[in-house]
Design a protein. Structure first.
Length: 382
């Protein structure tokens, strides 16, 4: 295991964000005495843990853990504490540091651990709304009880048929802190980023173009169908394709709408499409429209920067700190209060691959001396 990876696992463990697999991996790494020294020094340096170490007392640990578990009113939290007990005990035994457990922030310290809000993904049907639990698999039905699709945990798949009747729309609303995927009835796959809303037909109609409506950000893998062009409608720019892969970023609070083409060809236009007002993109190009303006500009880009979010990564290239914290709010479902107005204009470059927010903040703190304090789901930049 590299030093960088070991530090990531330590951060996740100390901030109660490590999975059981990651804790088992960290436990295996800690079997070497030199790694235990690294662990203690890292925790002491970065989490202000007192250097004093006490003898491990498994009975006392079990008692205190049980008390914590019983005090939790939320069933999910009980399950999580129960599953963590076994591995927490292994780690503490390996280190011989009961004091670390007793004084650290391992179990939801409200002073130093960020606790993001947990909001639900909502599917708005023709006559009702339902919350999406990504741990479940179930059928989705219309108002008449007919099965129109199936939820497969974090993916929703609609029946692959065309309709000859009228259009019936569903809308998926993704909160901050979550992502989701939907496969439309024509086979088109759409990856939805945090803070996004997508309105689409349950079934597309024969002899009509395929149209969906987007607010937020989504990556489209459009099924090819020459007879039925596919159009993504946003508040500012419309995107028309036959079959291709592209990213659309159109958050209402952002100053521009950006379309990045990965594969195929797309046309962009404002309002109604005419021969004169269309702009075409080929792979590797980004089309942008500043809100309120008519002109669509084009520039070559590295498409990976704009699609990394699909796999959970965050990439910032020549980005202002103000725009970075806006993205962090969406990605982690937290709130930033930036009291350093000069800092908001500073430009940064960074990449984070599925990191907990504590790791992200530590990077900025260590690299750029950014000072901050935490109050549950609120991060205050001093």
């Amino acid at each position: 295991m590299t030093m960088k990876k070991s530090e990531r696992l330590i951060v996740k463990f100390v901030t109660n964000q490590a999975s059981q697999e990651e804790i088992e991996e960290l436990t295996e790494w800690l079997k070497k005495e030199k790694h235990q020294i690294v662990f203690k020094d890292f925790v002491k340096t970065n989490y202000a843990i007192d250097a004093a170490m006490y003898t491990f007392d498994s009975a006392q640990l079990k008692k205190q853990l049980s008390e914590r578990i019983e005090s939790e009113s939320n069933v999910f939290q009980k399950r999580r504490f129960s599953s963590y007990y076994k591995y927490a005990a292994i780690l503490i035994l390996a280190l011989g540091v009961f004091y670390f457990y007793r004084n650290s922030n391992l179990f939801h310290s409200k002073e130093n651990v960020i606790i993001p809000r947990q909001d639900d993904i909502v599917l708005q049907l023709d006559n009702r709304s339902m919350e999406i639990d990504t741990s479940e698999a179930r059928n989705v039905t219309d108002k008449n009880g007919n099965i129109i699709g199936k939820q497969e945990k974090n993916r929703l798949v609609y029946s692959n048929t065309n309709s000859s009747g009228k259009l019936v729309y569903n809308t998926l609303k993704i909160p901050y802190g979550k992502r989701f995927e939907v496969q439309l009835s024509d086979g088109t796959v759409v990856h939805l980023n945090a803070g996004t809303s997508l309105k689409y037909p349950v079934q597309f109609l024969k002899n009509q173009s395929r149209q969906v409506y987007l607010t937020g950000e989504a990556y489209f893998e459009v099924a090819k169908d020459k007879a039925h062009p596919f159009t993504v409608n946003t508040q500012e720019v419309n995107v028309e394709v036959l079959g291709t892969k592209f990213n659309v970023n159109t958050y209402p609070e952002d100053v521009s709408t950006d379309i990045v083409l990965v594969e195929g060809k797309v046309s962009l236009y404002k309002e109604k499409k005419t021969t004169e007002n269309q702009v075409y993109l080929t792979p590797g190009l980004k089309g942008s429209n500043t809100r309120g303006e008519q002109k669509i500009t084009i520039e070559p880009v590295n498409t990976d920067y704009y699609t990394a979010w699909v796999k959970g990564s965050l990439v910032f290239k020549n980005a202002s700190f103000a725009s970075i914290i806006k993205n962090l709010e969406r990605h982690y479902n937290v709130t930033f209060i930036n009291k350093n107005k000069t800092l908001g204009k500073e430009i940064f470059n960074a990449r984070f691959d599925n990191e907990p927010i504590e790791t992200v903040l530590k990077y900025f703190s260590d690299s750029y001396k950014i000072d901050y304090m935490i109050d549950e789901d609120v991060i205050i930049i001093k």
